[in-house]
Design a protein around this ligand. Structure first.
Ligand code: ZN
Length: 494
């Protein structure tokens, strides 16, 4: 067969696999937003079936054959072309997927689903011993999983690569060591700020109305986007130009920063070049870079002074009883306080990183067999005390607060702080290119900023590796320096 024919066949197969994955994403979105509880059992089966079909279709030897046929064809192509990128990414994903026996992949999925079920129960009952067997099972499967790959310098490298391709544990450790050295003094010096504003009970309808005002200004439109309610907020895409944001309406303002965060994930997916749709290239390139965008819109834009110069009068108008008599400066300070707290997802910009660093350290202890699952709570609490000076009153507010480990994700957490670090590298570049960016934001005009990110980052999807993508967009490799300087200038002496 001609190479053109093989390429066409490969593209078609990958498109069908993408369709199956997106169908799974739609079922998942529905499960978390619309499905009545009694649908849970059937939905779990449907999700497992779709996932299995997509996986089988991908690890089929026919894909390997097509990739082999195309290997010399790929070498002759412009490395920046769609064809060359598609072949490179498909080969990379295929090699990873076929190293793991299908039975093990199935076991990992099943154990993750059971783990999440156990997590819900254990958390409600604040009883770690109910979660322990599921975590032990997940860890045992992770050990079998890493055995399938050539060992890197550290076992954890294999886990990390699933979420941040090409990044090593040593690179992350170097960045995190710098964050510890530079930021821990900021956390420890934090003075309590009056923050009763952040616990106000705002009417639910008002929350939703105001969230939509902000989102529409940022670039959410009814043609391509939805916003729905859920228990654990996320962003998902059910296909090209079909962006689903979710949030939880709750006291305080987390719902607002939550929707802006998810908007950042959404806009990345929305602005991938349409020519990459229905292919493995048509999505954000890594979790770290994805998180860099949610953090950009949530923190660098959404907690900035110019942003609130525009939106604060509108917030006051929406909730006159609550904010009418509070001035903008007081408001800005309370949404930008540094105050160590127990829950990762509620943490401020600075102390957030210590929630991540402690999880990164715990995960390495686990995978290197230096820590038993039974001793996780003790390790977790000791690190909370060391970094944040806090002791969780129970394990639901401590080691069991996140669903990641129960669901079988190990190696995921570092990408949150990597995202923080990358976000400032990119934003500084955007600021240099858009000298009147502050004035634009102050006018509620985000179009040029979005266009900058579209041009530099979003449109490329997975066309380049994560490292190449960052270097091309930010002009430099991963570097904690800009992030540390940003936090110090914002928070030192506050
Ligand atoms: Zn996120």
């Amino acid at each position: 067969m001609s190479t053109d024919g093989s390429f066409e066949q490969l593209t078609l197969r990958l498109a069908e696999i993408t369709d199956l994955q997106k169908t799974g994403a739609l079922l998942f979105w529905d499960q978390r937003t619309k499905m009545p509880p009694a649908g849970a059992e059937a939905r779990a089966e449907q999700l497992a079936t779709i996932g299995r079909l997509a996986h089988q279709k991908f690890i089929d030897p026919e894909v390997g054959r097509l990739l082999d046929e195309l290997s010399s064809y790929g070498d002759g192509l412009d490395p920046e072309s769609f064809e060359a990128s598609l072949i490179r990414v498909a080969r990379h994903d295929y090699e990873k997927a076929t190293r793991v026996p299908p039975e093990l992949t199935g076991e990992i999925r099943r154990a993750g689903a059971l783990g999440l079920r156990a997590w819900h129960k254990a958390r409600t009952e604040k009883d770690f011993s109910r979660l322990r067997p599921a975590l032990e099972r997940n860890l045992e499967l992770k050990h079998r999983y890493v055995e399938c790959f050539e060992r890197g310098a550290e076992t954890y490298d294999t886990l990390l690569d699933d979420y941040e391709e090409g990044m090593t544990t040593a690179e992350v450790r170097a960045v995190f060591d710098e964050l510890k050295r530079e930021l821990l003094p900021l956390v420890q010096a934090a003075e309590p700020v009056e923050d009763s504003l952040l616990r106000l009970e705002l009417p639910r309808e008002g929350q939703e109305r105001f969230a939509r005002v902000v989102l529409e200004r940022l670039g959410f439109d009814a043609e391509s986007w939805r916003l729905d309610e859920t228990a654990h907020p996320f962003m998902s895409t059910a296909g090209y130009a079909d962006i689903r944001l979710t949030t939880r309406w709750e006291p305080g303002l987390n719902w607002l920063f939550g929707v802006i965060h998810e908007f950042g994930h959404g806009v990345y997916e929305r602005d991938v070049d349409p020519s990459l749709a229905r292919s493995p290239l048509g999505t954000g390139v890594s979790l770290g870079l994805h998180e860099s965008q949610s953090r950009t819109w949530e923190n660098l834009v959404g907690r900035s002074r110019p942003f609130w110069r525009y939106f604060y009068p509108k917030l006051q108008e929406a909730f006159p009883g609550e904010f009418g008599s509070i001035d903008e400066e007081t408001f800005w300070r309370s949404i930008n306080r540094v105050e160590p707290s127990l829950i990762r997802v509620d943490a401020d910009e600075v102390s957030y990183n210590f929630h991540i660093i402690l999880r990164f350290e715990l995960e390495q202890e686990l995978i290197d067999n230096r820590l038993a699952v039974a001793d996780m709570p003790e390790f977790f609490n000791a690190k909370m005390e060391e970094y944040l000076g806090l002791t969780p009153p129970d394990h639901a507010l401590g080691v069991m607060q996140d669903m990641h480990w129960a669901g079988g994700s190990l190696g995921y957490f570092p990408t949150y702080s990597l995202g923080n670090v990358m976000s400032v590298q990119l934003f500084e570049r955007a600021r240099a290119d858009l000298p009147d960016l502050e004035e634009q934001i102050e006018r509620g005009d985000f179009a040029e900023l979005r266009a900058w990110y579209r041009e530099r980052l979003y449109r490329h999807g997975r066309k380049f590796t994560p490292k190449e993508t960052l270097e091309r967009a930010a002009g430099s490799p991963l570097d904690a320096g800009p992030y540390v300087r940003y936090l110090k200038s914002k928070y030192a002496g506050q």
